[in-house]
Design a protein around this ligand. Structure first.
Ligand code: BGP
Length: 462
């Protein structure tokens, strides 16, 4: 039997852009724009216009989530829905009404709202005008938006997050082409990483003024991908050390410790591409650490020495210090192309315990995306035993970390209801609840029943 602490929160995570649909939304975010201009970049040409219809169906969706034993829901407020004028931060009345209804409905269903402010959904107008997160003006516009959220909903929402996976914005927009505008520009990526750290700290500073009550907490959600060296060879170990700093500590250290990783700063300065920062900004980052941390974990990061030396002549990219390594014999989620490695849950827990003041944290996303789930349907129910096994294995590894003293306080599965997954659209399904996207009919999968028992008992048998 694997048992979790008494007040452990059993929740589910999602985001505004992946569920709501674009009904009555005044502005386009970068994904809306990308889909409107290049639908072929999306699986089966399916965009975010309808998503899982949460804008119209939230009452029914939340009722189903409650049936699945979900006690906390993390979603995001869309900047492009709540705000009419980005410069002044003026409000869109329909957006305000919608998020008020959603928060009230969550509370009515005894579901605790966990509200995030940015989930890859930069307004495209701010990219066109200012280069998006490259600009410190955009940092200040984000803070205006955040302040509106704290003022409007801070009376009922206790749990807040500035960003979901800011590192994925850096990687997706500036290095590897997963997010519009698909640039490949190392120095810009470095500045964007700094600006997003600054935006988070500035939003936290505002939060402390607007929501001073001690029951209100604010954090950041980071995708931690522990870096494992492909061998004991010093060159592979050095590659893994850089990858750990670049992929994880670049956001984890400022958020929790209030400063950037020294070795990484040294390397970036040596390479002549360190971000533009002022002492005042660094003081804001130092003075505004998070109250707690959300950790999204899906897969490890296996790393080997790079193919070519950083001394070679080439534009700067972080990849001059490492390359991804496909470990022979690894267990794979073939549909998503991600390695399955539950042990990393324990490693993350111990790392937070030992190197990050044992700050309170929770798993803010973990789950399994599978294609063509209809193949597992019997009597109208998806028999997703593979998803139950995935959760069991990851929760067992997490419990080891908690037993060793790590201060983990919850587990949020990705996701409650099958949702739109960016460029992969509806290819892989992650939900405890199936969405037939042709009829928008939602039904519980087998895993929903298992999750309900888990949340009622706080334990499961192996
Ligand atoms: C995380 C994101 C989610 C979600 C999830 C699944 O990185 O925070 O928004 O999409 O990954 O990944 P994907 O949708 O790429 O399969």
């Amino acid at each position: 039997m694997i048992t979790f602490p008494k007040d452990f929160v059993w929740g589910a995570a999602t985001s505004g852009p992946q569920t709501e649909g674009n009904f009555h939304k005044q502005h386009q975010n970068v994904f809306d724009y990308w889909f409107a201009t290049d639908p072929d970049a999306f699986d089966s040409g399916v965009g975010p216009d309808l998503a899982s219809n949460f804008y119209n169906d939230y009452e029914n969706d939340l009722a189903l989530m409650a049936q699945a034993g979900i006690k906390g829901v993390r979603t995001s407020i869309q900047w492009t829905r709540l705000i009419d004028d980005f410069e002044t931060g003026s409000l869109n009345p329909d957006g305000v009404a919608f998020y008020n209804h959603v928060i009230d409905a969550m509370l009515a269903h005894h579901i605790k709202p966990y509200i995030n402010l940015h989930h890859f959904d930069l307004p495209v107008a701010l990219y066109d005008q200012y280069g998006g997160w490259e600009s410190k003006h955009v940092v200040d516009l984000f803070v205006k938006f955040a302040e509106q959220c704290f003022k409007l909903f801070g009376d009922r929402v206790d749990d807040w997050f500035t960003f979901n996976e800011p590192k994925v914005v850096v990687d997706g927009q500036y290095l590897y082409g997963w997010h519009y505008p698909c640039l490949k520009d190392g120095p810009k990526a470095v500045q964007v990483a700094y600006n997003m750290n600054l935006a988070s700290a500035k939003a936290i500073a505002s939060f402390r003024k607007i929501c001073p009550d001690e029951t209100k907490k604010i954090g950041i959600i980071l995708n931690l991908t522990p870096a494992y060296a492909s061998s004991d060879d010093p060159a592979d170990v050095a590659a893994a050390e850089f990858a750990e700093q670049w992929s994880n500590n670049l956001f984890l250290d400022p958020a929790v410790l209030g400063h950037f990783p020294e070795k990484l700063v040294e390397t970036l300065a040596h390479d002549g591409i360190l971000w533009d920062a002022t002492p005042e900004e660094l003081a804001i980052i130092a003075a505004n650490p998070v109250d707690y941390l959300g950790v999204n974990y899906y897969h490890p990061f296996r790393v080997a020495r790079p193919d070519i030396s950083p001394k070679s002549l080439q534009p700067w990219l972080p990849d001059i210090y490492f390359k991804e390594y496909a470990m022979p014999g690894r267990v794979m989620n073939v549909d998503r192309g991600w390695e399955i490695y539950p042990q990393a849950m324990t490693d993350i827990a111990i790392n937070i315990r030992d190197n990050y003041h044992n700050i309170p944290w929770f798993i803010s996303e973990n789950g399994m995306g599978v294609a063509g789930e209809e193949r597992f349907m019997t009597d109208g129910v998806i028999q997703d035993d593979y998803r139950i096994d995935f959760m069991k294995e990851h929760l067992s590894a997490l419990a080891k970390g908690i037993d060793a003293g790590s201060n983990c306080q919850g587990y949020f599965v990705w996701t409650a209801i099958d949702c739109w997954s960016w460029n992969h659209a509806y290819h892989n399904r992650y939900g405890l609840i199936r969405d037939d996207i042709h009829t928008q009919t939602k039904t519980l999968k087998k895993s929903a029943g298992w999750f309900k028992q888990l949340s009622e008992r706080g334990s499961f048998s192996k």
